[in-house]
Design a protein around this ligand. Structure first.
Ligand code: NAI
Length: 475
């Protein structure tokens, strides 16, 4: 006998599990299905973000940052470390514990909110009188019937043609989080978020890292001042970044990976490394979903086609997160998940795609929201710029972390904040203030008039806002 629910959510990543919880809060009976299984054979809800993305990479970034501090920066504080050594298995074990805590946290939240969790792979089966039939294969094999179905199946790393991931030598974001040994030479293809974050982790732990980026520009989505500052900082730290590199051949042997590529002058170059991370973007997970069996429309790149409200072409089937258009960011997926649950309950929520923050958890961190200067120029918009360097911020000097700046772009006529771009310490946290101001359509003067605690890094935000009106006080 099939089990009946108001809602079945396929996928328990940030889009899916949040949609399930919100739907349950609104009084619906909810099932959430997820196939992810950890090394111990147990269900591991949380998707890419929790298992092989945001969470484990932040754990490794933290550990490797501590190691680098101890190795290179403690001495400035008068702290001498003798016999520093790295226990990689402990470091990786801590990361696995952090992941497990998050998996368990989601299972706890499901229980608390009375969401029924099914461990297995779900696929669309048929349209039935009561809604949609979904079949679950795996440990919790079952037929589920629901009025609403939310597809939140996420995405997977894109491989280079004819170079499948073996997770030993050719690594996706997954294998790159569990190398058993620090490689002497590590190659990375793609200087995007994954390449830069994971390249930074292994460089700090001692690898020589070379990143080959196909585009001629570094971080083209960032404000140009930020990408310039970032390239300077990463290069100074010892990351080798080759722009305009077109990979022509990759060959693996028992010990090495040999990469041939043409550089920005079209000259042929060779790179020999021990391991190669391929981080050239991601593809939506729709294989095996049974989309064709019910006529669910995908676009030509395999994304589930949705409107602005995450409605698919079929009644009461919704899709959120990486499997639909828009940035592949956990927090964008969460917002869509909440909005879909509220729409199912007859509410009229709104997701503002213009105020979704972007964050790179490198060191220095990079974060932005809204438009950058290149975009405003292209749109012919009149704007004023206010910038403030962390070098002039007392807290940053005390931290010993003065790289970077806050840059605010505001409308010349109305002073409305159009974009905020930060590179520097805790940019990922500081950006929240900018998001709030932009969500309320605030002006740079609003930020400038708010009292910011002293001494904090957030004063750089206030000073950048003052600088829009050419009246920064500390620079
Ligand atoms: P990405 O789209 O950020 O970067 C891919 C890079 O690879 C681009 O710079 C692109 O020009 C380059 N590229 C593409 N094909 C290439 C080729 N054949 N040879 C050389 N370079 C090539 O993708 P990435 O880093 O794989 O991340 C995937 C997704 O995961 C992103 O959409 C991102 O939003 C999300 N993510 C977000 C994080 C965050 O918010 N901090 C962290 C990690 C991932």
């Amino acid at each position: 006998m099939a089990k009946q629910f108001d809602v079945v959510v396929i996928g328990a990543g940030p889009g899916g599990y949040i949609a399930a919880i919100r739907a349950a809060q609104l009084g619906m009976s909810v099932a959430c299905v997820d196939a992810w299984t950890n090394a111990k054979g147990k269900a591991a809800p949380g998707g890419t973000c929790t298992n092989v993305g945001c969470i484990p990479s932040k754990a490794l970034l933290q550990s490797s940052e501590h190691y680098e501090q101890a190795e290179h920066h403690f001495a400035e504080h008068g702290i001498e470390v003798k016999g520093l050594s790295l226990k990689l298995d402990t470091l990786l074990g801590r990361k696995d514990t952090v992941v497990d805590q998050n998996n368990q946290g989601i299972l706890y939240l499901f229980k608390k909110n009375k969401v029924s969790f099914f461990h297995g792979t779900a696929r669309f089966n048929a349209k039935v009188d009561a809604g949609w039939s979904v079949k679950v294969d795996g440990p919790d094999a079952e037929e589920l019937i629901a009025k609403h179905v939310v597809v939140a199946t996420g995405s997977s790393a894109r491989a280079l043609p004819d170079l499948p991931f073996d997770e030993e030598q050719i690594l996706s974001n997954d294998g790159a989080l569990r190398l058993p040994k620090v490689p002497k030479r590590l190659g990375v293809i793609g200087a995007g978020v994954v390449g830069l974050e994971l390249g930074s982790v292994w460089r700090r732990l001692g690898a020589e890292v070379t990143i080959l980026e196909g585009a001629s520009e570094f971080l083209p989505a960032a404000d140009r001042d930020v990408s310039k500052e970032a390239l300077k900082a990463f290069t100074k730290q010892g990351l080798t970044i080759q722009l305009g590199a077109k990979v022509t051949e990759v060959k693996t042997s028992a010990k090495h990976v040999k990469v041939k590529y043409t550089d920005s002058n079209n000259d042929e170059q060779k790179l020999e490394v021990d391991r190669l991370i391929v981080a050239i973007g991601r593809v939506p997970n729709t294989d095996g979903l049974g989309a064709e069996s019910i006529g669910l429309k995908l676009d030509d790149r395999g994304f589930v086609q949705v409107d602005d409200d995450c409605r698919t072409n079929l009644p009461n089937i919704w899709a959120v997160g990486d499997v639909v258009r828009g940035p592949m960011l956990a927090h964008k997926a969460e917002e869509e998940g909440v909005a879909v649950a509220e729409r199912m309950a007859g509410q009229q929520p709104h997701v503002n795609f213009d105020t979704i923050p972007w964050v790179l958890y490198t060191s220095p961190e990079i974060a932005w929201v809204g438009k950058n200067e290149q975009q405003l120029k292209k749109e012919g918009k009149d704007y004023r710029v206010g910038s403030f360097p962390f070098m002039a911020n007392g807290r940053a000097r005390a931290l010993g972390n003065t790289t970077g700046f806050v840059k605010i772009l505001a409308d010349t006529k109305t002073d409305e904040v159009l974009g905020v771009h930060i590179i520097g310490p805790t940019a990922s946290e500081l950006i929240a203030e900018a998001v709030v101001v932009m969500e309320f359509r605030g002006a740079s003067e609003d930020i400038a008039r708010i009292c910011h605690a002293h001494p904090t890094l957030s004063e750089a935000m206030k000073e950048a806002a003052l600088a829009v009106d050419k009246r920064a006080l500390n620079f």
